[in-house]
Design a protein around this ligand. Structure first.
Ligand code: NAD
Length: 386
């Protein structure tokens, strides 16, 4: 099997080397946790009927790893996870693939039982599914496996699992960092210090700052939003939530309308998914409700904000913003957002980067271990869930 190679970093060796002769770690690597958060009933026969904790080479189900660029997989399965995975499943050629339609890929699809996917995985078309009659599960090292399918209904007989929860944690951590730095007006303070290069009277220059008793408005108790709410409990901050689909009291916070949230918050952080209802949800009218000097943080998607309206507000100097996402993403070189004041902009890094990718890999290997031992995945995604 040939690996799909990134132009700058060729893959020189198979990532999932044949494990023959390798010893399994003491205690095995099968996740012993209960089905837990799984809410769905089993959609189809269990992936593999090899109800064994130590599958031999001939018993191991065949799995394809499809994500790109290939060095993404090197980070996802770093720290021994590639070896651990290769003990559970046979990965043809030990390779990471970037396609589902080349002749080489098509030649191995008939045996494949598990697809392990990640960012950059091409659409799973009806033709791919037809070529893979033994496929029973897609384990995605990203937010939603169902979105990989060209036709979502074609996934209904498969186990779908995703790493949305482990990927939500770094987004929440980034958000908390930005909320706290916004409370200190850290970027404003840095700018002032660089300008003046002298002693600054904190009680005069920074009287407007502080993370005691400030109000944070969270939009969306999504996987990310819930982690943000959980982490916010560690601080002396008032927390409001707007989410029409969630009982805020059950999460221990005050539920409010979007209007009230925008009016009362010092910092607003967005965690809703992109839906017909949320596109442009933070428009000119909503931005106008924010108090002077308030901060808007967007780690969700650019589409949920009326970006032109935000540019106008930032140009006026009335608001501050932190954007990890934009429309389009990345922004073109000449976009006005590059020039507006009071904006911290990062290149879509809130989700898993670097070492955090290994948390996704850990989750994927645990899910594959469950499947190989005849159990359903812990995270069982429903088709049409999002
Ligand atoms: N910046 C990054 O690197 C990064 C990484 C991961 C996720 N994200 C983004 O973060 C956001 C949240 O992702 P997730 O996987 O946690 O989402 P999710 O799929 O868990 O969100 C679903 C939930 O959002 C809430 N919701 C739906 N419509 C809403 C509305 N109109 N108003 C308020 N809340 C609403 C509901 O509680 C729903 O259950 C998404 O926009 C996602 O694209 C960004």
């Amino acid at each position: 099997m040939e690996a799909v190679q990134a132009p700058d970093r060729p893959q020189t060796r198979p990532l999932f080397a044949s494990p023959d002769g390798l010893e399994r770690p003491a205690g095995g690597d099968v996740d012993q946790r209960d089905v837990g958060t799984s809410t769905a009933s089993a959609p189809s026969p269990v992936v593999s009927t090899h109800a064994v904790s130590e599958p031999s080479r001939s018993q191991r189900p065949s799995a394809l790893v499809v994500m790109s660029p290939p060095h993404l997989a090197e980070l996802v399965f770093a720290g021994g996870l590639a070896t651990e995975l290769a003990r559970l499943v046979d990965v043809p050629g030990g390779a990471v693939l970037g396609d589902l339609d080349s002749a080489t890929t098509r030649s191995v699809l008939p045996d494949v039982e598990i697809l392990i996917t990640g960012w950059g995985c091409p659409p799973i078309t009806p033709e791919v599914l037809e070529a893979a009659p033994r496929l029973r599960a897609v384990v995605h090292a990203g937010g939603a496996a169902a979105t990989l399918f060209a036709e979502q209904s074609s996934a209904k007989d498969l186990y779908l699992s995703n790493a949305g929860e482990p990927n939500a944690l770094p987004v929440a951590e980034y958000t908390i960092a930005m909320i706290l730095l916004a409370g200190k007006d850290a970027t404003g303070a840095e700018r002032l210090y660089r300008e003046r290069r002298t002693y600054l009277d904190r009680e005069i220059e920074f009287a407007h700052t502080g993370n005691f008793g400030r109000t944070v408005g969270v939009v969306g108790a999504s996987r990310v939003g819930r982690q943000v709410l959980r982490l916010l409990r560690g601080f002396d901050l008032e927390v409001l939530l707007h989410d029409p689909y969630v009982d805020a009291a059950s999460l221990g916070v005050e539920g409010v309308s979007l209007t009230e949230l925008m009016r009362r918050s010092d910092v607003v952080t967005l965690h809703q998914p992109v839906t017909l209802e949320t596109i442009g949800m933070i428009g000119r009218d909503e931005l106008a409700l924010l108090r002077d000097g308030a901060t808007l943080i967007n780690t969700a998607r650019g589409e949920v904000i009326d970006q032109d309206a935000l540019v106008d507000e930032l140009r006026r100097g009335r608001l501050r913003a932190v954007l990890d996402v934009s429309t389009p993403d990345p922004l073109p070189e000449d976009h006005p957002l590059w020039e507006v004041p009071h904006l911290t902009i990062t290149p879509h890094i809130a989700g898993s980067t670097g070492s955090e990718l290994r948390r996704l890999g850990r989750h994927v290997v645990d899910e594959v271990a469950r499947l190989v031992s005849g159990r359903p995945p812990r995270v069982l995604e429903q088709v049409g869930e999002r």
